[in-house]
Design a protein around this ligand. Sequence first.
Ligand code: UDP
Length: 253
Amino acid sequence: MARRKKIYEGKAKILYDGPEPGTFVQYFKDDATAFNAEKREIIEGKGVLNNRLSEFFMTGLTNIGVPTHFIRRLNMREQLIRQVEMIPLEIIVRNFAAGSLAKRLGLDEGAALPRPIIEFCYKDDALGDPLVSEEHVIAFGWASQQDLDDIIALSLRVNDFMSGVMFGVNIKLVDFKIEVGRVWDGDFQRLIVADEISPDSCRLWDIETGQKLDKDVFRRDLGNLADAYTEVARRLGVLPTNTTHIMKPTLIN
Ligand code: UDP
């Protein structure tokens, strides 16, 4: 049997060559890493949950006219995606102070921000994904001014969608990270949401209790990460059955 070609292996996902030109298969691993991979663990079931959750968010975005790389889910851990030219930025959108922003500016965790704040980090593990300004982005050619305008508009739409969906299930979207890629339609380029949207890349707090339902559970040793992600999936109606500890193949529609 022919072995498929691995394009790239990251901390939580693997990309394989796709079955059709212009596609990749994105495989979600169970690996959890934090602090630039200094802390790492295998969390059984995490990949299955993130595959499903990312499908759910990306499909929702497509349905409201926000373009994404998602084509369809293939199985429990894999989804078919469009190949894109990645913009080498992590785009962070914040609604409430937390994490590195709270630390950097001495803000209380959870303090409401006057408006959504967008930050850019240059994607480079060796440098620890440093925060950069729009000036850096344009001067170093990572994206143009027009790209940045489009990225900001796209990110705010994702924020409104994600905040609303989460609010509907009693979860506060504190912040999140997205990545964006370039696709070409003939001579015209478009920017679309790529990578993944999952509790690995969001901060999600229960509105009533403040309970953390995201990767901070792992970063800060607050309990079982798969349980937290399962709770998010359950509230969103994404998991009709318990798939956290599935060991044998199961049909999913
Ligand atoms: N984030 C991410 N990947 C990263 C860095 C951050 O998905 O490499 C997400 C993180 O989960 C959070 C948001 O981006 O939802 C803001 O993260 P922050 O800058 O506060 O960094 P952290 O405290 O996570 O190091």
